[in-house]
Design a protein around this ligand. Structure first.
Ligand SMILES: [Zn+2]
Length: 170
């Protein structure tokens, strides 16, 4: 299960909590709240069940193309002076090795749905990478100058490296 390999789990024990273990997804981290006296075995079981439930939920919740289009416009305005033009930006589920792709010829940008489960700055970074390809098809120094206008570029690269993600593309 590729999605969860990278998922960090943060466990918060609470005295006030008596029985139930609850989980929520915050910026790509599964935050689990548990009673103080829960055993490791109980926690493991609860975390497993929470992960399975969240995965089902994420898979049935289609991430919105509108949101992606809006982010693309914002990034265009903030980092490219609004100069970029594209024909479509959308999520795809059939991209398993690449996180994003850009066909500069017809201006279509596709992002893998796997990114929808990562922190928003990682999604934005990949979007930024694909937007930069509208100006620079290759990965030359001009290209990286554009990508590095994104303030959290270095952090996003670190995140992707840490989860053992494939390079965006070659
Ligand atoms: Zn690229």
């Amino acid at each position: 299960m590729l999605y969860w390999v990278s998922m960090d789990v943060k466990i918060i024990r609470s005295k006030r909590r008596k029985k139930t273990v609850q989980g929520s997804l915050q910026d790509g981290v599964l935050v689990v709240r548990a009673p103080e006296r829960a055993t490791q075995a109980e926690l493991d079981r609860a975390v497993g069940a929470l992960k399975a439930r969240m995965e089902r939920r994420l898979l049935t919740q289609a991430p919105s193309d509108e949101l992606l289009e809006r982010r693309a416009r914002e990034l265009n305005r903030e980092h490219f002076g609004g100069a970029l033009r594209w024909s479509s930006v959308r999520w795809v589920t059939n991209q398993h090795t690449q996180l994003g792709s850009c066909t500069s010829l017809d201006g279509t940008i596709r992002l893998s749905h796997r990114l929808a489960q990562m922190p928003p700055f990682v999604r934005d970074y990949v979007l930024m990478h694909e937007l930069a390809h509208l100006l620079e098809p290759n990965h030359g120094s001009r290209f990286w100058e554009l990508v590095n206008r994104f303030p959290r570029a270095e952090r996003a690269r670190g995140y992707l490296m840490a989860i053992g993600s494939e390079p965006l593309e070659e």
